[in-house]
Design a protein around this ligand. Structure first.
Ligand SMILES: [Zn+2]
Length: 263
């Protein structure tokens, strides 16, 4: 090969190598980018999965749906003890250690110092104010009760009235709405500040029955519903559920169990 041809050959080889290197570089860069995109896509997908899981959990956590027939079915009460619609009864108990974290002492006429969760307390003030405007004086009797207090109360009822009657008028520990901090026993001077069935026929009892829902409360153990609630008529025991649910239940004429279709 002549020197001139050799030079040409080297230049051609160099050019070819440069082109090859360029192709390799471009290819590598593309490959790298598509890898990153795939990773991003993966992350997006997993983020979406997480969101979906959360949504599912959110949809599922306030569960306890229709366990039994009834016509309610679509209404869902919460299984979270902290929810204002948490259902507590003889078939749905709560942990002995549960204590609401937003209890406040009520600044209302009371037969003793008592507490409720803050939203329920605020609503109760409005309810009592409405009663006052109607010329009626309501008194708080018993709001939040700890598991231990409920235990003592139940034991006292058993030793005083016997187990069968005690179960009709008081909840076993862990099965009381009072432990939720969402129930209040209301009384008045007209019944000697006691908790009596006759409270239901007093002006105060009637006011409570007809107006409590406007402030988010229901009469939890109505007359003639003992076969459903498991408790004797308690015209004094109101349960906070928020205005929407309380109004719905009031208009339906159902108990909380019937409304949610659970036992
Ligand atoms: Zn009560």
């Amino acid at each position: 090969m002549r020197i001139k041809d050799k030079k040409r050959f080297i230049i051609a080889c160099g050019g070819l190598a440069a082109i090859l290197i360029a192709i390799i570089v471009v290819f590598t860069v593309r490959l790298y980018h598509s890898g990153n995109n795939a990773q991003v896509a993966d992350k997006t997908a997993s983020a979406k999965t997480t969101t979906t899981q959360e949504a599912t959990t959110e949809n599922n956590s306030p569960t306890t749906t229709a366990e039994t027939g009834n016509d309610a079915g679509d209404k869902i009460s919460s299984t979270s003890t902290d929810s204002i619609t948490a259902l507590v009864n003889k078939n749905h108990s709560i942990s002995a250690s549960y204590v609401p974290n937003d209890l406040v002492t009520l600044d209302l006429p009371s037969t003793r110092d008592t507490q409720l969760r803050s939203d329920a307390a605020e609503a109760l003030v409005k309810l009592f104010n409405a009663a006052s405007s109607a010329g009626l004086d309501l008194y708080c009797c018993s709001g939040y009760r700890s598991y231990e207090t409920q235990s003592e109360l139940y034991d006292w009822n058993v030793s005083t009235y016997g187990a069968e009657q005690a179960d009709l008028v008081s909840a076993r520990p862990g099965m009381s709405e009072h432990q939720l901090g969402l129930a209040m026993d209301v009384t008045s001077a007209s019944v000697g500040f006691d908790l009596l069935e006759s409270f239901g026929t007093t002006a105060e009892g009637q006011f409570l029955k007809n107006n409590a829902y406007k402030y988010g409360f229901i009469i939890r153990y109505p007359q003639d519903k003992t076969n459903i609630t498991g408790y004797a008529y308690e015209p004094w025991h109101i349960r906070y559920l928020g205005v929407d649910v309380a109004t719905d239940i009031y208009n339906s004429g159902k108990t909380m169990e019937e409304y949610y279709g659970v036992n």
